[in-house]
Design a binder for this molecule. Structure first.
Ligand code: C2O
Ligand code: CU
Length: 713
């Protein structure tokens, strides 16, 4: 009855809505001021017949340690920030009556009471986790009701509701037409068609259009040579480096066995991942990179505030190291925490093939560094087809649109990562995302609480409990987990992917590994408490002093394509009706694969000067604090998230979509959601010429990078 009642009310509303007139229904002013997309994040509320009410509901960031809030199952979480006018008080009779806001799934299968609404001022309610939803405001004789019973006054719907099966005849007709004819390329030893490419794997359970399946990238396929010399790779070793030590780091081919299949891949010192380097804060060490690859390379020490000339950026801080040559890196470690290293040449192939490792910088002896049990987890994914690894584009990357999503999930290079813990024991996990483009949403089993302690460059102002860890490429998180009872606890990656052809969300769950909990019970006194980080005061006062002030620099993110085949262009156009805050999965595999760096230009645009990518060269004084705003443009053919990385310096997130960040931490990489806005406060502490870029490897290769100088005053 209830459902029918609501459905009837909605139908009535739907037939009688009228758009708000000028000056009514202010467009989520805080969001608008931040530059974030009102089309994606501001819901306009329409009145029912006979009412003059109007308003908006902003999808507001749910504060937490991550720039995007996600439930354990991958559903995005939002607060709804209401701003309404003209609610008809004539409908209210009695002291208990009032207006109540609701969120419901489109079928009404789920209904969430958000709370009471009054006519004056903004009110933020929630959170609510739904893929797509309706927002309703009803007039209730008794505001304590659990279900709406009164008259509907206002309603609106989330932008995700626009995802619908396409009924676009032009699109379908075009999709069955002939794609671009394949270029003949030969490559020995591969099962392939005349283009030289093996087929890209389909996403299980999804349909692809015939024209999409016929697409091929316009590039030469490349895989590392099947050199018989490559020895089987070993798991990573821990290398303890003392002040003054030298380490030889040899990049070369290795043989890997992954899920029972053999591949020629790449590794540092014959290991997967590369050796875990353990140093003490303040130490200085030398790393001698030896290039035994067939291609030039460098090593970038991601997140380390080292001397500029050892930053590993080819043609900026050093020439790329040719095959057979060497380079000496002198490293110093001013910050504690977890860092990583990877090549800064064609990351889309070199890093993806296994060239990455962690660095753990421990506090100088004696300092407290959390629970004794440590696990370092590097997350990755690999794209494997029927004939083996899907080749890389030789002269330009494939997958330039969304980045190369893999279909085999890896933790520390393995498909079945295992660890043990004692019941009640607390394990500190140091998580690094080394994937080309994939954002992970990690959780332990059936809802074991996770305590977030730190991120890229230090500890949070305040520890927080979360149900899952949201980690974008190149980000790091430090989390403590207590395993309560004996048993097997899976490490899961759970996301909500989108079937773009049929316009629906669906669940994807990957088991990344297992923690075996057994043995003598361990003790974890005080684990239930959340502590303040040692830098809380300093971090809070920086945010308080700078949040809300106009940015000094604004970068807008957009994309341009040239020469795309008809079907790709049409798919992108269709898909642009809605951009999810995060593109979690590669659910348009053919179109994405066939789009190369030649056809794609990802753009960082300086909004003050109009300069783009390499033409941007900012100058800052050493010691300055700079307010930088990142804006993901809605109005571009493909909008998605971008993990933005700044070399050589550290920064804080001041605000997400204009909403103040109550729990700052020093970062070097941050995820800008699609159509979103981030205000950063960057500390320019380290002199030199540095890069700022998107860490999606294919986006970086498609131009998405710029430079900045930090100069002595
Ligand atoms: Cu980890 Cu310039 O990157
Ligand atoms: Cu990007």
């Amino acid at each position: 009855m209830l459902i029918i009642g609501i459905a009837a009310a909605l139908l009535t509303l739907a037939g009688q809505v009228r758009p708000p007139g000028p000056g009514e229904g202010g467009e989520c002013p805080r969001l608008a001021a931040s530059g974030a997309s009102a089309d994606l994040y501001c819901i306009r509320l329409f009145p029912a017949a006979g009412f003059d009410a109007s308003g908006t509901a902003e999808l507001s960031w749910v504060e937490g340690p991550f720039t995007v809030a996600v439930a354990r199952d991958g559903t995005h979480r939002w607060n709804l920030r209401f701003s309404v006018r003209g609610l008809p008080d004539s409908l209210l009779h009695g002291r208990r009556s009032g207006f109540v806001a609701w969120a419901a799934s489109p079928t009404m299968a789920r209904l969430v009471r958000l709370g009471s609404i009054h006519g004056a001022g903004d009110v933020e309610l929630g959170p609510v986790a739904l893929d797509r939803f309706l927002v309703l405001i009803s007039a209730e004789p008794d505001t304590s009701v659990r279900e709406p019973r009164g008259r509907m006054v206002l309603r609106g719907e989330s932008a995700s509701n626009r995802l619908r099966p396409p009924d676009n005849y032009q699109f379908f007709l075009g999709s069955f037409g002939a794609p671009r004819p394949p270029e003949p390329h030969a490559h020995e030893g591969m099962q392939s068609d005349e283009s030289g490419w093996t087929h890209v794997p389909m996403f299980p359970g999804l349909d692809m259009l015939p024209a999409e399946m016929a697409l091929r990238p316009e590039a030469m396929p490349w895989l590392p040579g099947q050199s018989g010399a490559a020895a089987p790779a070993r798991p990573a070793e821990v290398v303890n480096l003392q002040n003054g030590d030298t380490l030889a780091l040899v990049a070369g081919p290795v043989r890997r066995t992954i899920a029972g299949r053999e591949y020629t891949m790449l590794g540092f010192n014959g290991q997967y991942p590369g050796p875990l380097l353990r140093v003490e804060q303040g130490a200085e060490v030398v790393v001698r990179l030896v290039n035994h690859l067939e291609v030039p390379t460098t090593v970038h020490w991601h997140g380390i505030r080292l001397e500029n000339r050892f930053d590993g950026v080819p043609d900026l801080t050093q020439p790329a190291v040719a095959p057979g040559e060497e380079f000496l890196y002198r490293l110093r470690f001013p910050d504690t925490g977890v860092f990583w290293y990877h090549p800064h040449v064609r990351e889309d192939m070199q890093q993806d093939l296994g060239l990455y490792g962690n660095i753990f910088v421990a506090p100088a002896a004696g300092a407290n560094s959390g629970p004794g049990r440590r696990e370092f987890l590097i997350l990755d994914d690999l794209l494997v087809g029927e004939a083996g690894l899907v080749p890389y584009g030789h002269e330009t990357p494939t997958h330039a649109a969304m980045g190369r999503f893999g279909n085999v999930m890896l933790v520390n290079g393995e498909t079945s990562w295992r660890a043990t813990a004692r019941p009640g024991e607390v394990v500190r996990f140091y998580l690094t995302n080394a994937a080309n483009t994939r954002t992970f949403n990690l959780s332990f089993g059936a809802g074991i609480p996770i305590k977030v302690v730190g991120s890229d460059r230090g500890t949070y102002a305040r520890e927080e409990w979360v149900e899952s860890v949201f980690i974008a490429p190149a980000e790091r998180y430090i989390v403590d987990v207590r395993f309560p009872a004996a048993g097997r606890v899976p490490l899961l990656n759970r996301v909500r992917a989108i079937d773009h052809v049929f316009g629906r969300f669906f669940d994807v769950t990957d088991t990344m590994g297992v923690v075996e909990v057994r043995g003598q019970p361990g003790q974890a006194p005080g684990f239930g408490r959340l502590a303040e980080g040692p830098e809380a005061g300093a971090l809070d006062s920086l945010v308080a002093a700078y949040v809300g002030r106009a940015p000094e620099r604004t970068l807008e993110v957009r994309v341009e394509f040239t020469g795309l085949p008809f079907v790709s262009l049409q798919l992108m156009r269709l898909d642009s009706i809605y951009f999810n805050p995060v593109e979690w999965e590669g659910t348009m595999p053919g179109m994405n694969w066939a789009t190369t760096g030649t056809e794609t230009r990802w753009i960082l645009r300086d909004m003050d000067t109009g300069a783009e990518n390499r033409d941007i060269h900012w100058r800052f004084r050493r010691g300055s604090l700079v307010r930088i705003r990142l804006v993901g443009t809605r109005n571009t053919l493909h909008g998605m998230q971008h993990p933005i990385h700044m070399h050589g310096q550290r920064f804080l997130v001041l605000a997400v979509n204009g909403k103040r960040n109550p729990n700052p931490v020093w970062k070097d990489t941050v995820l800008l959601p699609a159509g979103g806005s981030l205000d950063l406060l960057a500390e320019m502490s380290n002199p030199g010429t540095w890069m700022l870029h998107c860490h999606i490897a294919e986006h970086l290769q498609s131009g998405m990078m710029m430079h900045f100088d930090v100069e002595e005053p």
